[in-house]
Design a protein around this ligand. Sequence first.
Ligand SMILES: Cc1cc2nc3c(=O)[nH]c(=O)nc-3n(C[C@H](O)[C@H](O)[C@H](O)COP(=O)(O)O)c2cc1C
Length: 306
Amino acid sequence: MSLETIVGNIKIRNPLILASGVLGSSYSVLQRIYEAGIGAVVTKSVGPVSREGNPNPSIFALKDINGAINSIGLANPGYKHFRDEIKILLENNVQTIVSIFGGDVEEFNEVLVGLSDLSITAFELNLSCPNTEKEGMVLGTDPQIVRRIVENLRKKTESPIWVKLTPNVTDILEIADAAIKGGCDALVAINTLKAMVIDIYSRHPILGFKRGGLSGSPIKPVGIRNIFDLYEQFGEKIPLVGVGGIAKWEDVFEYILAGASAVQIGTALGIAHPENKIRHIKNNIQKFMKNEGIEKIANIIGGAHR
Ligand SMILES: Cc1cc2nc3c(=O)[nH]c(=O)nc-3n(C[C@H](O)[C@H](O)[C@H](O)COP(=O)(O)O)c2cc1C
């Protein structure tokens, strides 16, 4: 029995990947999580220049439903400062997927090219950021822009390119199709859902930025539905990585049966002792596979479609 899985041409020792952003961008934390047994890590999204975060509070826990709303946005040190952290991770053999963002094609190019001499496991494109030319419009909601960005980057690196999709669109399949036509190697779904919380006593939005993104258990059914639809449409063409609301080992299988070759875990690792959580999920995945006679992950990917 093996927990190994393959996403495109990348072998990952097990299907669990740390999702972007939740545990920040310091190499020591990511390395610790990898040493605890996670299959791979995704860095916090890094852009062309250092950016301050949105005003505090920028994260609000929804304890009763095991979720969170955050407006951390694209706070990051800029790729030039981040290079050294990535280098250390790669030198220590941590499978590192680097999440990058930009406000347009040129900014994406600059970041990717600036890091492309490192043997990065894969680049993950965070397209949930505002277009610098069309203020307020999120890049990942326009199929033409998505295709242009991916097509451009495809020519600039040998490393695999994963495209992370936002669920805040009318038709995620249209965006996925554009990313595939642009030449990406895997699709990652989903990023957070548009959300907000208001304090009824002060009568003000709770987050400093007012609006935020919902993550954690409440979004799992949305993620499952998106992966199910993506697999039905593109399952033969492109590997899928499922993300959204994974907190238990059962959730991992649900995503795999919907069509994911691997999964990412965010909020659940942010609100619990992450090392313990990873060990617990991994042990139970192993037990379940043994009990169910599942030899390898690949045998059940997309199983809910058969
Ligand atoms: C605090 C926080 C920061 C995040 N930062 C990023 C980020 O920098 N880039 C990105 O692509 N997604 C980011 N995300 C989204 C997660 O990677 C993930 O797609 C989302 O939270 C759904 O997964 P989850 O329910 O397991 O958290 C962030 C989420 C949270 C909660």
